[in-house]
Design a protein around this ligand. Sequence first.
Ligand code: HEM
Length: 398
Amino acid sequence: MNIDLESPASFARGHPHAQYDWLRENAPVYWHDEKDGPGFWVLSRYDDVQATGRNHQAFSSCPTIMMQDPAPGTDMLMGDYQMMLMMDPPKHTAFRTLVRGEFAKEPAGRMGPRIRQLATQIVDAVIDQGACDFVSDIAGEMPSFVIAEMMGLPLDDGRELYKLTEIFHTAPEALAEGEADAALGKMFGYAADVIKAKRANPADDLASKLLAAEVEGRKLDDVEFQLFFMLLVDAGGDTTRNLVASGMLALMEHPDQLAWLKADVEGRMASAREELLRWCSPVIYMRRTAKEDTEISGQAIKAGDKVIMYYGSANRDKDHFDNADRLDLARSPNDHLAFGSGGHVCLGQHIARIEIDAMLREVLTRMENIQCTEAPFWLESNFISGPKTMPVSFTSAA
Ligand code: HEM
């Protein structure tokens, strides 16, 4: 079996499940060579992925959770500054505590009515057209609106910021020279304007709260705020979009499952959504770096080695899920790892669930006969999985 989890081409039609199957079966902790780097360990089994995510003592999120180390001299290296996603305790705990309350289940639940209203507006905008691009016109709208609302920004700005995050997630070879740096500059510039505006006129929003909050006995400085801002805009954007779009595609490809869900959308959405998260796993991987010589399932790992957790593979592990290769919207229990595991487990998971439910409910109850009019064109990324474009036609249920 040719194993290549580095090339974006391997993900051009979704997760490379044949490679994952082979790895779980034959080399669950597999050494993968790297084009311009030292190589990395691939973790493909559920237990190893879950345990490594939980073990911050041995496996660090620093210097990055991406496969490649940031090149010296690039904008991604910010001296002592890091995004929360790339911190370890105790600093990580201090930063996460700043925003944990806003993202907890109860406050997230209070956003439900507004999120449902946004879902209605999004479908209103396309319903009479009979056709649209499901990714940009439907799935991508919601997460950019929600984070803009939370931050206290105009919805249209959310849409623009979201376009920038798409550029960060595209493989460098698929971008024009300097495109990624320009996008990063725009994101930071926008966050700098937010700092000015919210310091002058604080409001009851997440951006103002972050600027007022104290971490380690002091307020965030501008760069810390900019990095936090970028993380929040970025982390909730195309992850949720890709779940809604690839989830809808999975439903179209499994008409029996679609019919089952449509028979009781309200009652069946919760289990259906968890199964779509397992099935689609929008985040392909997160990386850790071994802090010390250690081992994973008997394989020696040296201090400094990169260890990469493949969520899409863990979520199809036959040793953990019955009929792992079957989409079963009624699956229960369903302790998938699409949101990760351990201290960095997805902060936005409660909000993501509300967005997904609202969007799918709206689509499934108002759009009939939905089908692809062209083959979906997949995102060129070995990090985030989902269609980039998915032209569909439909009729209005009304
Ligand atoms: C289907 C949608 C989503 C998926 C699959 C997803 C997946 C993930 C995963 C796998 C991690 C773990 C990172 C690690 O262990 O290193 C993570 C972290 C995170 N997610 Fe999500 N996410 C989604 C939606 C969201 C949303 C909607 C938000 C915000 C509104 C969000 C905000 C975050 C943040 C801030 C972190 C970093 C947490 C930390 O470092 O402590 N995510 N997400």
